[in-house]
Write a protein that binds this ligand. Sequence first.
Ligand code: DAH
Length: 339
Amino acid sequence: MKEKLDLILKNGLEQIEKCVDLKALDDVRVRFLGKQGELTAILRNMKEIPAEERKNVGMLANVVREKLEKALSDKLAALEERQLEIEMEKEKVDITMPGVGVKKGALHPLTKFNNKFMDICVAMGFTVIQGPEIDTDYYNFEALNVPKNHPARDMQDSLYITDNIVLRTQTSNMQVHAMEKMKPPFKIVCPGRVYRNDDDSSHSPIFNQFEALVVDENIGLKDLMKMIDVILKKLFGEDVKMRVRPSYFPFTEPSIEIDATCQMCGGKGCSLCKGSGFSEVFGAGVVNPKVLEMSGIDSKKYSGFAFGPGIDRSVMVTNKIPNIKYLYRNDLRFLKQMR
Ligand code: DAH
């Protein structure tokens, strides 16, 4: 019996030693110490052992059991520690590795110019409004004193959706929407996209304008020119010079065209300004009383002035962009250069 117990201990210890995972270790435990285990069988059958041997065998069997239990628990601790090390190894983060890097976005040059212009106007007391890009012929033309068959319609190559619905050719449609809704005195500015059937390196079928309209008592051309002078200085710097030429728009009377120091050459004269040192910036004028009346504003009490710059040209010149299409292609290679 003693040999048998020694053999159980030897085998048990060997097998415990060989275990590489918790499952194998548990199998060994069951094999020796489980209900049907080899050592359990001996302990259970003690009464069959002759009385004189029983005590010694009992003691020895208990020693074997304790040794096996100790070996099992030591191995269990070792395996658990190893397991933990493996998991920690897997989850290890190398904090010295370079980061992934966050790519910074940037505002589109048109948006930047827009924001600058808006800030200037808001500081002067203008309310910013937005309105439809798809509008009726009435708002885009008729209420601005451009009836059907008026030759002024040829000034703008319009894109019609139906006979009566047009992609707005100018943000001036917002003058009419504003006059219908707002009570004078008011000052509104409306930035937005406009559409014309025009397509070459300096014209795009989509481009951007602003519309500014002031309606109040006793205001006129000199107030308009003073305001434009202030805005141009804030936009392009204190040194900018302004030049005024007579013009024609059906919705203003008188109408003027504003030129400012050429932003490409700073006024020295270049190919862009054809040597004049000035470039055209926008149309403006005193609102035609007929236009006020058509939108329900008493033209005996109130007068108004308006101006409507296109902003693409300025953005192209200040950023040295050779073709207007770059502004509308959303090509990241271009946009990255505009940061
Ligand atoms: N809407 C005109 C255009 O697109 C520009 C313009 C001229 C706007 C005179 C105005 C204005 O408000 O008063 O050509």
